[in-house]
Ligand binder design. Structure first.
Ligand SMILES: NC(=O)c1ccc[n+]([C@@H]2O[C@H](COP(=O)([O-])OP(=O)(O)OC[C@H]3O[C@@H](n4cnc5c(N)ncnc54)[C@H](O)[C@@H]3O)[C@@H](O)[C@H]2O)c1
Length: 260
């Protein structure tokens, strides 16, 4: 990827106000892209723009709940009016807490809500972002999935199902949008520490035990920067022969065999 690849490119990061999304927004802005952050949390969105400004970076914040069709329609209308095209759509927004009640106690409404944000959201953004992606020279969609698409702790029904669905949506979109020259890939992060990337009222200083670190073959927990560098690659022309794939970024946690 040339250093100038992202100059004059327009990138939309959903859920970009905090956590991994903010890390990716910062990286795209540093690379020179017109960076748009959308998020359902207005306070976090405003703080994210101010945070980037401290680094002399600019980003625009647009309030949107990605599970709401009319809000996504309005989001893409605003992006189209200002930028005319979308070079990359990063579907990152998600309800990131994977845990629910046990199967007998879980609320179906909660299951539906998580599916609506984590799976329907990326579909809605892809559907209504399509006309803008079609105007770009080398368009890309990147879905932020999870290693929980492939493996589970107990009582993570909705989250695991939503991320498994997002992995399938990734290859389905990749094949369906191939004629439009839109590449569609996913990143499946493992444990990514976002404590320092939350809005002020929620941020905390992360502390990881020796066990936390040692369960990762690379010897540490991941950071939003670990995901951001791969996101920049996958959305660029350097990844022009990659579509329909999911890249696991987990410090090797899912390849580690455990016998106790
Ligand atoms: N942090 C991890 O360890 C980890 C691991 C695997 C996958 N992921 C995935 O990465 C993505 C980001 O996770 P994170 O850990 O940075 O979470 P986070 O909670 O720090 O950030 C998620 C952002 O999405 C926003 N959001 C939530 N619901 C929304 C909605 N309906 N519409 C628009 N915005 C909404 C939140 O306000 C927040 O700013 C999620 O999709 C998550 O499932 C995270």
């Amino acid at each position: 990827m040339a250093d100038t690849y992202y100059k004059n490119k327009t990138i939309l990061v959903t859920g970009g106000a905090q956590g991994i999304g903010l890390g990716m927004a910062q990286a795209f802005a540093r690379a020179g892209a017109n960076t748009i952050i959308t998020d359902a949390d207005e306070e976090a969105g405003k703080e994210a723009v101010a945070f980037l400004k401290e680094d002399k970076l600019s980003a625009e914040f647009i309030l949107c709940d990605v599970s709401q069709e009319h809000e996504v329609v309005s989001l893409m209308k605003q992006v189209g009016e200002k930028y005319g095209q979308l070079d990359a759509l990063v579907n990152n927004a998600g309800i990131a807490d994977p845990f629910m009640e046990s199967l007998d106690k879980m609320q179906l409404s909660e299951f539906d809500r998580i599916l609506a944000v984590n799976l329907r959201g990326p579909l809605l953004c892809s559907k209504y972002g399509l006309p803008l992606l079609q105007h770009a020279a080398t368009p890309a969609i990147l879905n932020i999935s999870s290693t929980r698409a492939y493996m589970s702790e107990p009582d993570t029904f909705a989250y695991s199902a939503s991320k498994g669905g997002l992995e399938a949506l990734t290859h389905s979109l990749a094949v369906s949008l191939a004629e439009e020259r839109i590449r569609v890939n996913a990143i499946a992060p493992g444990w990514i520490e976002t404590g320092a990337w939350q809005k002020k009222s929620k941020s905390y200083t992360p502390r990881h035990s020796k066990e936390d670190k040692e369960q990762h073959p690379v010897g540490r927990v991941g950071t939003p920067e670990d995901i951001a560098s791969a996101a920049l690659f996958l959305c660029s022309d350097q990844a022009g022969f990659i579509t329909g794939q999911s890249l696991t970024i987990d410090g090797g946690m899912t390849i580690k065999m455990i016998y106790k």
